[in-house]
Ligand binder design. Sequence first.
Ligand SMILES: Cc1cc2nc3c(=O)[nH]c(=O)nc-3n(C[C@H](O)[C@H](O)[C@H](O)COP(=O)(O)OP(=O)(O)OC[C@H]3O[C@@H](n4cnc5c(N)ncnc54)[C@H](O)[C@@H]3O)c2cc1C
Length: 444
Amino acid sequence: MSEMDSSGIENRPGTSDHNEAPNPPGGPSRPRIVIIGAGFGGVETARALKGAPADVLLIDRNNYHCFQPLLYQVASAALSPADIAWPVRGVLSGQANLTVLMADVTGVDTAARRVLLGAGSVPYDHLVLATGATHSYFGHDEWARVAPGLKKIEDATRIRREILIAFERAELCDSAEERRHFLTFVIIGGGPTGVELAGSIAEVARHALPNDFRRVDPRTARILLVEAGPRVLPTMPPALSDYARERLESMGVDVLTNVRVTSCDGDGVDTEPNGRILSETIIWAAGVRASPAAGWIGADADRAGRIRVTPDLSVPGLPDVFAIGDTALFEQDGKPVPGIAPAAKQMGHYVGRLLKARVTGTQPPAPFRYSHAGDLATIGRNAAVVKLGRLELKGFPGWLFWSVVHVYFLIGARNRLSVAFHWLWNYVTRQRGARLITGDDHEA
Ligand SMILES: Cc1cc2nc3c(=O)[nH]c(=O)nc-3n(C[C@H](O)[C@H](O)[C@H](O)COP(=O)(O)OP(=O)(O)OC[C@H]3O[C@@H](n4cnc5c(N)ncnc54)[C@H](O)[C@@H]3O)c2cc1C
């Protein structure tokens, strides 16, 4: 037997978890909408449901919403975690019909219409899966131990720690060979995250650290960006990819294209055709796969685990279950909608509107259509690439545009001001204020 509390959260016998009752629901007859994931998609769904006559429950395993596009700045000590993350409860506190629950979802019982939380479960009438994506090591999950990816705040602080510890270790070395080992950084994957990380680590090594070390010269650090394809930023026009490559090289990054990593271990990577590269610090920016949500509901998914959705973003055969953002596969004009923040936000906004129409009995919106605004990536100081329709920007104008857009899309005035201030400070002084080595894993 299991018990159900007034919130509808059912606790399994012998467990005390999830006793925290959400805000009192508006009434027993109100539809229950459960959103799993407080990322870009989930938060946008919740916002679009403001004022809807429904009880909305937003569940996330973290108590914060993370602005992933700036994670690399935490990893490279330009910003602190609190600059790019916000408590979810605070973000949505003004929404009376919404309750936030911090819990790890372990599955969904679609027959019983319940979301499983490990120790308990919650009922739903309508369910939105917005659980995002994680790293894909292309069948080599063991590489995760030595080549962390960048997806969460914890990943960013781990990478920051590993980068800074490498310089500390190099300072202690007497042998030039050992020092070279510590000061070689390999970034695998030449997409936007790889390019941004490589550029940012180069700036740390060349500009932020040199005055702080006595025995080692951080400027001698080798930063290698390894890309299996023929060019970096493959989704950008070739001229912008070429520009990114030139800029990275001018900053001291070795860009290796058409080079495939065949194995990773604690001492370095094996590549084809370039052979072994010895390195203490390896960072994975090569692939992502969707969250396990498709498995929870037995849905049809592509090789990356993305749930195939219908034109209204519901799951085929489950009209009350929706999948959005990185965990969904929505094809438009024969191509999948990209796994980027604007796509997740547009999908979230659409499903929120659709559900609002359902619960109010009004006309549902026309089928979902994604509108692509453009692609941007930054390389370093005064260097970014931007493609907006037919407009292409690079260099300082691109960098200024990139900076303004990212500050604009941050949540809340405090974070906007804080990030703008830190960027201005970093720009003028070339310093990185968040150069803290924290966490238990000092052996990393
Ligand atoms: C390093 C990096 C850089 C990026 N740069 C850009 C960029 O410059 N521009 C751009 O447009 N896009 C960028 N992206 C992609 C963009 O961040 C994603 O497309 C976007 O976050 C997808 O939104 P989402 O809502 O689908 O998932 P997410 O934002 O990932 O949110 C998923 C949420 O679900 C929660 N969750 C997952 N599983 C569970 C569970 N079992 N139980 C409870 N909660 C769960 C997570 O905690 C998370 O809060 C970047 C991504 C990364 C990782």
